[in-house]
Write a protein that binds this ligand. Structure first.
Ligand code: F6P
Length: 319
């Protein structure tokens, strides 16, 4: 293999730059040229492709976001769009593509692979919702960001005898919420994997307040309910002042923590090694502290992502 491409796609995640840097530096060390595709699949379709040299990834290891840019590009579902993308890659003599992103990005990589164009997927998302890996690039950084926010909210809500609702990202996955609930000592945890019963939640909070609780933190995954309305309901039922904080996109930014930098570097290097061995259509993960790779089609179609029941139980035991 003489020439590969790399792109970042979907929601950005801290550590994506470290992964791109590892792809570039590993490939160059094996005399393989690397081309960066700017703005994800949209840029691939628009032919925004440029060669990356060693210095293009200097000072990138510590930077949040992705210098290649990213985009959500639903049009990539259309076969004509993908045909154009493959044509652009072939025009640059790029023989394989490394895609760093979340589940939508994996789907694009899977579709390109099915059309005969070899891709390697690297899990890049703060949501930790990708099959075939214990952790995704960006998850630990986002987790620290959420913990920092919860610590701050705890300070003020204990000073004011308040209840604090913290809305956390994760899309359909409660990992970020559960882990943050444990690390931040939240009293209540609401995640998409478990049915949400608002009346039951309000009832439990009322019981706690009656038995003397003066403040509490409720960690809740986005898209569950309107957290401002929930705050009003809790305030009316308990008589305790209640505030909701939506952490939003602050969770996506910031310098990657050590774990994300190192894992992203390992995964980026591993992707290139796989391509050198002639492996295409794979997705890279880390499972039980070991780098692994799986068939990307199989990972998307058949691989379950087991729910972390033990972690959920711990949020309850420690609350
Ligand atoms: O997938 C990452 C993520 O941050 C999710 O947690 C969130 O639901 C979504 O992206 C937000 O997407 P956007 O940045 O397009 O609003």
């Amino acid at each position: 293999i003489q020439r590969i491409g790399v792109l970042t796609s979907g929601g950005d995640a801290p550590g994506m730059n470290a992964a791109v840097r590892a792809v570039v530096r590993t490939a160059l060390s094996k005399n393989i040229e690397v081309y960066g595709v700017y703005d994800g699949y949209r840029g691939l379709y628009q032919n925004k492709i440029e060669q990356l040299k060693r210095h293009d990834v200097s000072d990138m290891i510590n930077r949040g976001g992705t210098f290649l840019g990213s985009a959500r590009f639903p049009e990539f579902k259309e076969v004509e769009t993908r045909e154009k993308a493959i044509e652009n890659l072939k025009q640059h003599d790029i023989q394989a593509l490394v895609v760093i992103g979340g589940d939508g990005s994996y789907m694009g990589a899977k579709k390109l692979t099915e059309m005969g164009y070899p891709c390697i997927g690297l899990p890049g998302t703060i949501d930790n919702d990708i099959a075939g890996t214990d952790y995704t690039i960006g998850f630990h950084t986002a987790l620290n960001t959420v913990l920092d926010a919860i610590d701050r909210l705890r300070d003020t809500c204990s000073s004011h005898n308040r209840i604090s609702i913290v809305e956390i990202m994760g899309r359909h996955c409660g990992d970020l919420t559960m882990m943050a609930a444990i690390g931040g000592g939240a009293e209540f945890t609401v995640i998409p994997e478990k049915e949400f019963n608002q009346a039951e939640l309000v009832d439990s909070i009322c019981k706690d307040v009656k038995s003397g609780k003066k403040h509490a933190i409720i960690a809740i995954t986005e898209h569950t309910t309107d957290v401002n309305k929930l705050a009003n309901e809790i305030e009316a039922a308990t008589g305790l002042s209640t505030r909701a904080t939506i952490l939003g996109h602050t969770q996506r930014g910031g310098a990657p923590v050590a774990f994300d930098r190192i894992m992203a570097s390992q995964m980026g290097a591993y992707a290139v090694e796989l391509l050198i061995k002639g492996e295409g259509g794979r997705c890279v993960g880390i499972q039980s502290n070991t780098l692994v790779h799986h068939d990307i089609i199989d990972a998307i179609e058949n691989m379950p992502r087991p729910f972390k029941q033990d972690i959920y139980d711990l949020t309850k035991t420690l609350a």
